[in-house]
Structure formats: C-alpha cells, structure tokens
Design a protein around this ligand. Structure first.
Ligand code: ASP
Ligand code: MG
Length: 417
C-alpha cells in the first residue's frame, strides 16, 4: 500500500471474446490466466463477452418472435449473454481459490446515453471496482452492456465488449490493456487468403481504424477511437498461447519508415450509379439526404460532370444494402428524371500505412502490380494513409495477394532510405 492507502500494484485489464469463453474448459483457462497475472503481482479486471455464439442465438430467438423487435427489449435480451459469462467466470476463479466478484453494467454505474443497440458510454463508477480490487478480488465485468440514467439496459453495438475493455482500462488508469481473442494478433493481411501474411508487432490507432473499416474484423472501431482519445495501448493477443501479439499504439516518428503496414480486402460491395442527373446546386444534397433517411450507409462517392450539363453520381454500398439502395434510388430517379444502374460484383483492395504521408510512389507500385496481372481498376480513392481500388469481385483475392507481395509485406519491415 502507498501512503494514501491506495494500492500501488499495477493493474491489468484483460478482455476475453466469445470464442475464448465458449465452454467451461475455456472459461477455466481464462480464469487461470487471470490468476497467473495476480500471482505476478498485478491487480486484475476481466471484461468478458457472451459465450461463443450466444449473442447470435439470442438475436435469432428475437427474430423468431418478430422481424424488428423494439430496440429496448433487444438490449434487455442481448445483455443476458454477458451476464451468464461474468457469473460463471467468477465461479471459475473461486473454484481455483481466487476470490472474485462479477458485475453487470448496472452494478458498476457503467452509464450510457439511451440510444438502444448502439449506446455510447458516459461514465463508470470506478470507486466500486477499486474497492474490490483493493480487497484482493479479481473483478469480472460484463462487456458490451451499459445502463441509462433511468436504469434501462443498453448495449454498445455488436462486438462492443472491446469498447468496454478500453473504457474500463482508461477510467482505471490501467497499466496494461489486453484483448484476448482466437487470433495471434493483427496480420499484414487476412492469413486465410494470403498465406505469407505476417503478424505485425505494432500498429497505430489510425492504421487500425482504416483496416477495421476495411473489414479486418478484430477490434471494434469505437474501441480503437476510444483508445486513441485516451491514449490506451491495446495488446491484441491469443488466449490459446503466451506469444506476444500486436500492440495498437499512438504513432511515433520511428513508425514512419514502414510505408505500408497492411492490406485488406472488402469483397461484398456493390455500386449504384445515377446518370443524367441535373447539374445544379442541391441535387447531391437531396440524393444523399434521401439515402441517409433510408438508413443506407454509403461508402466512396464520385461525381463527374458531362458537357451536356448533367452529372453522373456513383457510390458504393455493402452488397447487403443494395436492395434497399435500389428502392430509394429508383424512386429518386423518377422524381429527378435521371437514370440508374446497379452493379453487384465488386470488391475493394486497400493498402494502409502511416509512412505514406512522407513517402512517394506507393500508388504507382500498387497500380503496376495490378496492371501486370491484367486487373482493371474501376475506381480509386485515397486518404492520407490509405489507397483503395475498386475491382471485379472474382479478382479480389488475387489482387490482395499481388499487392501484399508487391510491398513485400510477408517480410519483416526494413528501414526505408
Ligand atoms: N457478445 C457481443 C457480440 O457478440 C459483444 C462482443 O462479443 O463483443 O456482439
Ligand atoms: Mg460475441
């Protein structure tokens, strides 16, 4: 104890995803990991997800009752998944001789706004957690859930226990924030598609944000945003071994020598094109307002203007949204007197790296690799740290492998000259 009566032990917050707590044996293995950390002299908070596919099964159950259940009731239902895991995890710890206590969000004042099914965290009553830690217990916190000021149960969006992890780590000032999952860390590309993909040791928050929006499904975007805001390094690692995983950290200058750190494929994309659109102020606003009102999430947008004073506007959407987008756009085109076309066979390949800010030639290298294989680029979009191309879906996996090779991502990074 330090003079102010508070513990001066270091604090580890570790989160276990659904696949890591899928059955009793796996739960016991997680408990042993927490105990090992205690024995090394740390205080430990565990954040856990629902067991295995429990959340999917609950969603399925709700949909057997009605197609679009009230969101408040959906949250009330889905939060039960994590409530099962926390109590069983606390039992597993006790069974191994480690005093433990489990908490639901309501019990530790994990307060959110009232936007059901995608609530945002406002605050956490850290005093309650600290008291238990100082009493020598391992504290097991339900991920993914929250509670409104009025006491209604909320959830943070699918995959949201990562957000709980980072929020708990930030509010308690944790020394280590660990995300245990069924992969070893973040790879330079999806290893199921690119056999030469390599685990990266470090990646910046911004790279991770680009990669997760591109479909590298490891961390929830909001968890990474939160971690960036509060500067909490996240260690993404496997619950099946003791290997070092990937540290997600703030950018440091020495990271700029890695020009490209990863490549990603998003392969269920569709494109909607509106042509002969009247070229006058307010038209684009009207089109995208109508799409937003229909809850359609639009990806890259392109507008070009022809000599006859009409414009062509095209944008990509997830293939699953194409049906809804088609309905909205066809009725819009009736009103605006324009024409619409729909393509459902597209994929997007992207390369990401903070070093792109200071190095040139990245686009050229990527485009040349695709050209040499006869892959036609249908659209190009860029950000400061990302270049993406839209291509035919059948060529998506090959394109990912080609680009991965072109930047030699399978080899350990070298210092750029
Ligand atoms: N159990 C929730 C889900 O499956 C939250 C999580 O796993 O992070 O989405
Ligand atoms: Mg889950």
């Amino acid at each position: 104890m330090s003079p102010d009566g508070k513990s001066d032990m270091s604090l580890v917050v570790m989160k276990f995803g659904g696949s890591s707590v899928a059955d009793a044996e796996k739960i016991k293995a997680c408990a042993r990991r927490a105990i090992a950390s205690r024995q090394q002299g740390h205080q430990v908070v565990m954040v856990v997800s629902a067991m295995g596919d429990a959340t999917d099964e609950l969603v399925e159950l709700a949909h057997q009752i009605m197609p679009s259940p009230p969101k408040r009731e959906m949250d009330q239902l889905l939060a039960t998944g994590e409530q099962v895991t926390v109590s069983v995890m606390a039992m597993a710890l006790e069974a191994l001789g480690q005093p433990a206590i489990s908490f639901t969000a309501g019990q530790i004042g994990m307060v959110t706004d009232d936007v059901h099914t995608k609530a945002r965290l406002k605050r956490i009553d850290q005093a309650r957690i600290k008291r238990e830690l100082d009493a020598g217990r391992v504290v097991v916190v339900a991920g993914f859930q929250g509670v409104t000021e009025d006491g209604a149960v909320t959830t943070l969006g699918r995959g949201g226990s990562n957000v709980t992890l980072v929020a708990v780590a930030a509010s308690l000032g944790a020394d280590v924030c660990e995300n245990y999952t069924d992969v070893d860390g973040i790879y330079t590309a999806d290893p199921r598609i690119v056999p030469t993909a390599r685990k990266v040791d470090r990646m910046t928050y911004d790279e991770m944000l680009e990669l997760s929006s591109l479909g590298a499904n490891v961390l929830h975007n909001r968890a990474v945003e939160f971690a960036k805001k509060y500067n909490v390094p996240i260690h993404v690692r496997s619950s099946l071994n003791n290997n070092e995983g990937t540290m997600i950290v703030a950018e440091t200058q020495d990271m700029e020598h890695i020009v490209v750190s990863g490549a990603a494929l998003k392969d269920k994309l569709a494109r909607v094109t509106l042509s002969k659109v009247p070229d006058k102020p307010g038209t684009a606003a009207r089109i995208f307002h109508t799409l937003a009102a229909g809850n359609i999430v639009v990806d890259d947008i392109i507008q070009t203007t022809a000599e006859d004073k009409t414009a062509t506007v095209s944008f990509t959407v997830e293939l699953s949204e194409l049906g809804d987008a088609r309905k909205v756009v066809e009725s819009l085109c009736c009103d605006l007197g324009c024409q619409s076309t729909f393509e459902d066979n597209l994929a997007k390949v992207s390369v990401v790296g903070v070093g792109m800010r200071v190095h040139t030639g990245v686009a050229e290298k990527m485009f040349s690799a695709l050209a040499a294989a006869g892959i036609n680029i249908q659209n190009i979009t860029t950000s400061e740290i990302k270049i993406s191309v839209l291509i035919n879906r059948e060529q998506g996996k090959d394109a990912l492998r080609l680009v991965h090779d072109a930047f030699e991502l399978g080899k350990p990074p070298r210092k750029a000259k």
